[in-house]
Every structure is written in C-alpha cells, then in structure tokens.
Ligand binder design. Sequence first.
Ligand code: DC
Length: 220
Amino acid sequence: MQAVNIAIDGPAGAGKSTIARMLAKKMNYLYVDTGAMYRAMALYFLRNHTDMENEDEVRKACGQVDITLEDRDGELLVFLNGENVSSLIRTKEVSRMASVAAAKTPVRTKLVELQRKIAAGRNVVMDGRDIGTVVLPDAKVKIYLTASSQVRAERRYRELKDPKPSLAEVKAEIEERDDRDMHRKNSPLRRADDAVLIDSSEMTPGEVAAQIAAIAYEAH
Ligand code: DC
C-alpha cells in the first residue's frame, strides 16, 4: 500500500502541532514535528556559540549534530546527540535561533533529507513550513493552516508561564518570526498550490482535526 502522508504547513501558533498530534493519534499515523528538529539544531548552535553568519562554521556544526525523534507512549521526544532535549527547546531564545538557523542552507539540507527518510514508506502526519512544498511534494493531503496574528499571539500567551511577557511582546515576536520564515531565500513558508487552506481563528482543535481527517479519508 502506498503511504498516505499528511503535510501541514503554516505560521507559528496556527495550531499545527496540536492538530497534527491529534490527527496522528486518531488515524494511527506517526507524528513528525519538524519544528522540533530545527529547535534541537538551534540549541546546539546556542550552546556552541556558532557564528551563524559564517557558512563554513554552520556547515561544520551540522556535521557534528545527530537529531533523532522517538515516540514514547504517544509523546514525541527529540534527542540531540543522544540527549533528550525535549524540555529545553521551547524557550524564547531557542525559538528565535531556530528561525535564524532555518534560513541556512546546510541546516535545511540536513533536516529535509532526514525528514524524507523518516516518511519513506510509512504513513506520517508531518508539520512545518515547507512540508507540502519541498519535503513531501507528493503528499496526498496538504493543508495550509493559519489564523490571525492576534489569535495566534493569544494562544501562545496562554501557554506561557511566569515570567510572562506582555501579549504585545508575544505578538511582536510572532510577527518577527513570520516575517523571517516567509521572506527567506531558502524554502520560505508559503501555501503549496494544491494545499487546502484552513483558517483556525474561529475553530476548536477538534473541529480542525475532524476537517483534515475527512479530507484524508477522501484521499484514500
Ligand atoms: O514550528 P516551530 O515554531 O517549532 O518551528 C521553529 C522554527 O523552525 C520556525 O521559526 C520555522 C522553522 N521551521 C522551518 O523553517 N521549516 C520547518 N519545516 C519547520 C520549522
């Protein structure tokens, strides 16, 4: 049987990972959070003070990094050179560095290859920024999930714990990240021509997951 891959792309805070996780569980697919991979790479660059403007240094650093994902009882864990870094990659510094690192060719080349290997021959729900356009251009189901920047900022704000930045700060950060992700030269975030656009601003995660599951069912 040919694998039915589901590609979900969209800006930060649109609800991609919540929905991708729900869908994967519902359909018994493997969930692949590609943002977590960029975040783990970013943590390595931060720890090693890699000069991100020096392409040789970035390329060398990429050669020293091994990223793996593991599904442990339904929870997706990400490992950096064998260390479980899942709880260390959600900080503001890592978010910012992930977006900077994601614009660099050696980083993208490495992770895209790894993501294609993971998806080969099995059913996956993969979320990111370039899944439908670059990583899995032949995915049977492609979704471009978005929401207004106000709603996305409010969702992120609710998840944050003390010390909480202001809602305006969260919104500014999201907009800065969107701008970098959408305007970079390498695989910018954009809707694939054949992706279904879903605006989740006024929808619950359950409603979005049900809509995508119905699309996937028809694609079988
Ligand atoms: O989805 P996220 O916030 O965890 O992603 C972190 C950063 O990684 C984000 O700024 C964009 C980048 N990214 C990317 O360029 N391509 C992907 N497939 C996934 C994430």
